[in-house]
Ligand binder design. Structure first.
Ligand SMILES: [Zn+2]
Length: 143
């Protein structure tokens, strides 16, 4: 499901996969969760434990490919901390607003290129909730 999700996150909505890899990798990983929620809801706790929590992820979501360290440190930060961040963002925004946000993100940046600033500017446009604590927890930068 992760690789299928890249048809949207990276293929349809382009981004700098070296400097801002979380934009496609965290969204592709979190899209796995959304797939399970919609198709195998009984397995979602198992999947989240197996796929994300098992690795006890640490690190900053906005780590780039040059400062990520080992494969495990990099994927823990970008993919799994990224998925944990998106899960908290969805809770904070509300599920309906989060879905609206992802649809608008895909529509607005289709066949184009998005940055973290585009991502968060649109997120604030959809619903302007305070996520400064999430920036402090998950990101090196604040957008
Ligand atoms: Zn990926």
């Amino acid at each position: 499901m992760h690789e299928i999700a890249h048809q949207w996150w990276y293929s349809l909505v382009g981004n700098d996969s070296a400097l801002e890899p979380w934009l496609d990798e965290a969204l592709a990983t979190y899209s796995e969760r959304i797939f399970y929620e919609n198709n195998y809801p009984a397995n979602i706790s198992w999947w989240w434990q197996f796929r994300v929590n098992y690795f006890d992820p640490t690190g900053y979501v906005d780590t780039n490919i040059y400062n990520g360290g080992s494969f495990r440190l990099y994927t823990n930060a970008v993919y799994f901390q990224g998925a944990l961040f998106l899960d908290e963002l969805r809770e904070r925004m509300g599920y309906g607003n989060f879905s609206k946000f992802l649809k608008e993100y895909a529509t607005r940046y289709a066949y184009g290129y998005a940055t973290a600033y585009d991502f968060f500017n649109l997120q604030r446009e959809i619903v302007d909730v305070n996520i400064s604590d999430l920036f402090n927890t998950y990101f090196l930068s604040e957008y």
